[in-house]
Structures are given as structure tokens and as C-alpha cells.
Design a protein around this ligand. Structure first.
Ligand code: SSN
Length: 497
């Protein structure tokens, strides 16, 4: 029986609260379920099957069996299925946005924006499917022909986060399905329902059974279930988006089977503003980047470095703009910033603020939980006088807390920006073209925003360096390549060997 939802779906058939394996909606073998909580109210509003490691083998075997057919489907048919999926997600965007809001807490406008972003991937990878090409080499020996062909690697497992539950799934599944691979998705325990809704639309799009499966699980069973996926001999590829700590565990588990792995890990991204920048442009970009999903994006600005001559002016401008944010339930039309998704987000934010205070930082805005609200609300917080000794400098915040550091020279700013084990994205604002080129070359990150805080798009390769992981998602060729093997063919013509 469908539970009574706290919102209305235009298409009630989109609410699915069973796992999706081999084209069937199924419970966990144990029969256990776990709760799904609305971060905006702290209330349980649904539940999903609590699969454990014993549920993995059946899912993998059925995906492997589907792969025997799917790998032979023409790329054009795969592209057509992806486009049909894309059309259905577009049609059901409003319903999906509501599910995303009630799972993540993000405002509806942001949930809609996530859907638009996610649709970029189904659209893009539909185009990529038919453009997978091998190569022909010039042979060094007479009478030889040497070439490479690309083939799908096999069944892939996707371990996805809760912050962009639909976009992260479509970025991974779009590439995998275009390449001819089948995928088993393990959503985060916070966000199973949006992923299950997307699975329902995959079925309606005609994507064959077993090609796209979803194994939901609780926080408690996430480690054993993920380990079983990573260790299963028929899983040939694992893609993970999440923390660096867990990414290292995933890499270790996959190393036993020498599995191909893509890791999109933590950020701790620097955001540099020079005194020749357009301050309004920089402040607007920072507002959009930092407060998006209450600071819970891997590419968000974690450390904001402002040149000393404009420091006070910029801090004031940012404070003025940030004060206008309306914090509330994501489904409320007036809300411009929602809650954080988990109570742990609040704990971490409080710790970092307290630590910044201890180190002499000044909290010029916010600094604590939003009083008088149930749900996981934290005030948008600005710390000035931030220093390198602070916790916030060393670890990703993943909450609406922004720290402003001061610098004098470009060299100093670059050194501070790079002084982290992470290397996901870096951003800078300057009108000096020479400096711009130097910064592009000198900043240690996989993605550089030049006078912009928004560089995520289906056509742009997404991925970090250093401890932010390896592999690329989205972008031309590179993303699909993560799901392909290269086979070299050498042919000897008659009379040669
Ligand atoms: O949080 C990670 C993903 C953010 C993005 O794709 O822009």
C-alpha cells in the first residue's frame, strides 16, 4: 500500500519503495526496511528495503545475464532508449523535484535545477553512444594490419551520494548505458526514492530488465553491501562519489580484483578574489556556489581567499547579500536555503565554528542552528579572519559555513590554495589575463573556474586530482571511456605471419 505522502504527485506511479532488481520490484531477503526522513521537518515520510550483502549476488547475476544481450544492442538503439528515458524524466520533472526536496532538503527551485543538470547527462550520453570509436594504426611490419576496438567492460556498480541523487546517478548510468554496460546503483540511505523513481522511468523507456538495477540499503548495511559489490567477480567496474576516506576504502576493496574504478571524492575547494576582479560578479558567483544545497556540494567553495586591499569591502558585500537568504523548508516557495541533509552536518558545522572562534575568527553572520525550527537547519554563517590552523581550512565543511582568508600576493594565494591534500576544483576572479593564465596552470585541481563558480555541465569533464580521486565523469569521450575496454587486433595478411 502506498503510504500517505507529505506532498502530492501528479503521477503517483512514480512513488516506488521497493528495490529494483532484474526488472522486478523486490523487498530485501531479510524483509527489513529503513526509514527515509525529511530533513526539513525531521519526520519519517517513507521507507525502503534494507538490503544487505546477501542480496548482492542475485542482483549481480541478473545484471550479468542482461549484459550478455545488452552488449550486442546497437549503439543507436541504446541512444534511443536513453533519449526516451530523458523525455520521461523531463515529463515527470516536477514530481521528481518534490521527491528530491523531501529527501535532501534542498529548495524546490534547486531540485528543479538539479533535474535540468541531470537531464544534460541523459541527452549528452545518448549522443556519445554512437560516437564510440576504435583506431587504426600504421603497422611497423609488412603485411600487417593493426587496430583497436572498444567494448563495454561489463557490469558496473555505482555507489552514489545523497547531495545530488538524480544528477549523480544519471551522470554515471548515462555513460555506462551508452557504452553498453549494465549498472547496479546503490543509492545513499538518505535518497533511495528519487533513484527508484528514475528506475521506474527507465523501465517505461524500454531499457531492458537487468540493465539498470537499484539496491537500496540503510546506513548500517551500506559498508557490507558496498564491499560485496566491490568484491563480486562479475562486477568489472566501480564508480563512487563521496568522501576521500570512503573512496580510499573502495579503492582498496577493488584492488584485490584489479577492478577499474572512478573516484569522485572530497573537495576543500579554494576560491580566490583579486583586487582587480569585478566584486559583484565574484560575490554573486560565490553566493550561488556556496549556498547551493546549504553548502553540501563537493565542488563548493570551502576556503575563500580575498586580497587584503578589498577584504573588508568584499566581506561586507557578501554579508549583505547572504543576510537576504530565507532559510526554510525546501517545499516552501519563499525558501532560498534549505536544511542540511543529515544531523551530522549540523554537528560538523558547530565544531568548525567553535574551532574558528577559538583561533580568533570572528563570526559576522549566523554561527548556529536556526532557533525555533524542527529539521536540520543551520544559519548561513560567515567567518572573517580565518587562519590556516583552523579546522575549516583542513577539512571539507559540507554545511553553510564560509570562511574568509586574507592574502597580499598572488604567490601567497596560490600557495595557500594548493596547501591541501585535495584537488577537485579551484576558482579565481581577476581581470588580468596574464594572471589568469598563470593561475590556470599553477592551481592544483582537476577543474578551474575562471571568473565563474559554475563549471559543471555534461560536456565538461568532471573529476579531481590528488586525494580528490581519479577518473572523469561527463565530457567528450573520457566519461564513456571509463566503461570501455580497448582490444588490440593484429591481422597478418596472406604470406605474412
Ligand atoms: O557534489 C558533487 C557534484 C557537484 C556537481 O556535479 O556539480
Amino acid at each position: 500500500m502506498t503510504p500517505k505522502l507529505p506532498f502530492q504527485l501528479k503521477n503517483p506511479g512514480l512513488f516506488k519503495d521497493k528495490s529494483y532488481v532484474d526488472g522486478e520490484w523486490v523487498e530485501a531477503r531479510s524483509g527489513k526496511r529503513f526509514d527515509v526522513i525529511d530533513p526539513g521537518s525531521g519526520q519519517v515520510w517513507a521507507s525502503a528495503p534494507d538490503n544487505d550483502a546477501s542480496d548482492v549476488d542475485h542482483a549481480v547475476l541478473s545484471a550479468h545475464s542482461a549484459f550478455q544481450h545488452y552488449k550486442k544492442v546497437t549503439p543507436r538503439t541504446r541512444a534511443q532508449w536513453l533519449l526516451k528515458w530523458d523525455a520521461l524524466i523531463r515529463e515527470n520533472k516536477e514530481d521528481l523535484a518534490h521527491i528530491v526536496t523531501y529527501e535532501t532538503g534542498k529548495p524546490l527551485a534547486e531540485a528543479r535545477a538539479e533535474l535540468d543538470y541531470a537531464l544534460g547527462f541523459t541527452w549528452w550520453f545518448a549522443g556519445e553512444a554512437e560516437r564510440i570509436v576504435g583506431t587504426v594504426q600504421q603497422p611497423s611490419a609488412a603485411g600487417r594490419r593493426v587496430f583497436t576496438v572498444k567494448q563495454p567492460i561489463g557490469v558496473a556498480a555505482a555507489l552514489v551520494p545523497w547531495n545530488f541523487p538524480v544528477a549523480m546517478v544519471l551522470r554515471k548510468a548515462g555513460a555506462a548505458l551508452a557504452a553498453g554496460c549494465c549498472m547496479i546503483v546503490k543509492p545513499s540511505p538518505e535518497t533511495p526514492l528519487s533513484v527508484l523513481a528514475v528506475a521506474e522511468l527507465a523501465t517505461q523507456a524500454g531499457i531492458p530488465k537487468g540493465v539498470f538495477s537499484v539496491l537500496t540499503t540503510s546506513l548500517e548495511n551500506t559498508p557490507p553491501l558496498s564491499e560485496a559489490l566491490c568484491r563480486h567477480p562479475l562486477i568489472k567496474k566501480v564508480t563512487f562519489t563521496g568522501s576521500t576516506r570512503v573512496g580510499k576504502l573502495v579503492a582498496k576493496l577493488c584492488s584485490d580484483g584489479l577492478k577499474k574504478v572512478t573516484l569522485e571524492l572530497g573537495g576543500n575547494c579554494p576560491f580566490l578574489i583579486f583586487d582587480d576582479a569585478d566584486l559583484n560578479q565574484a560575490a554573486d558567483a560565490l553566493m550561488a556556489l556556496k549556498w547551493r544545497h546549504a553548502g553540501q556540494a563537493c565542488i563548493t567553495a570551502n576556503r575563500v581567499y580575498v586580497q587584503s586591499s578589498i577584504y573588508d569591502q568584499f566581506a561586507l558585500l557578501l554579508k549583505e547579500k547572504t543576510s537576504k537568504l530565507v532559510v526554510g523548508h525546501g517545499a516552501d516557495q519563499n525558501t532560498t536555503m534549505g536544511p542540511v541533509t543529515t544531523p551530522q552536518g549540523i554537528t560538523k558545522a558547530l565544531n568548525q565554528v567553535e574551532d574558528a572562534r577559538k583561533h580568533g575568527g570572528q563570526i559576522v553572520l549566523g554561527g548556529g542552528k536556526v532557533p525555533g525550527k524542527t529539521g536540520y537547519f543551520f544559519e548561513p554563517t560567515i567567518i572573517v579572519g580565518a587562519k590556516k590552523e583552523m579546522l575549516i581550512t583542513q577539512e571539507e565543511t559540507f554545511a553553510p559555513v564560509l570562511a574568509l582568508y586574507s592574502f597580499d600576493t598572488e604567490e601567497e594565494a596560490v600557495e595557500a590554495a594548493n596547501n591541501t591534500s585535495m584537488g577537485l576544483a579551484s576558482y579565481y576572479f581577476t581581470k588580468n589575463i596574464d594572471r589568469s593564465w598563470r593561475l590556470l596552470e599553477n592551481l592544483e585541481a582537476g577543474m578551474i573556474g575562471m571568473n565563474t563558480g559554475n563549471s559543471s555541465a555534461a560536456e565538461s569533464p568532471f573529476g579531481g586530482i590528488k586525494e580528490s580521486g581519479y577518473g572523469k565523469e561527463s565530457g567528450k569521450d573520457v566519461a564513456v571511456a571509463e566503461y570501455l575496454i580497448t582490444k588490440t587486433g593484429t591481422l597478418a595478411l596472406e604470406g605474412h605471419y
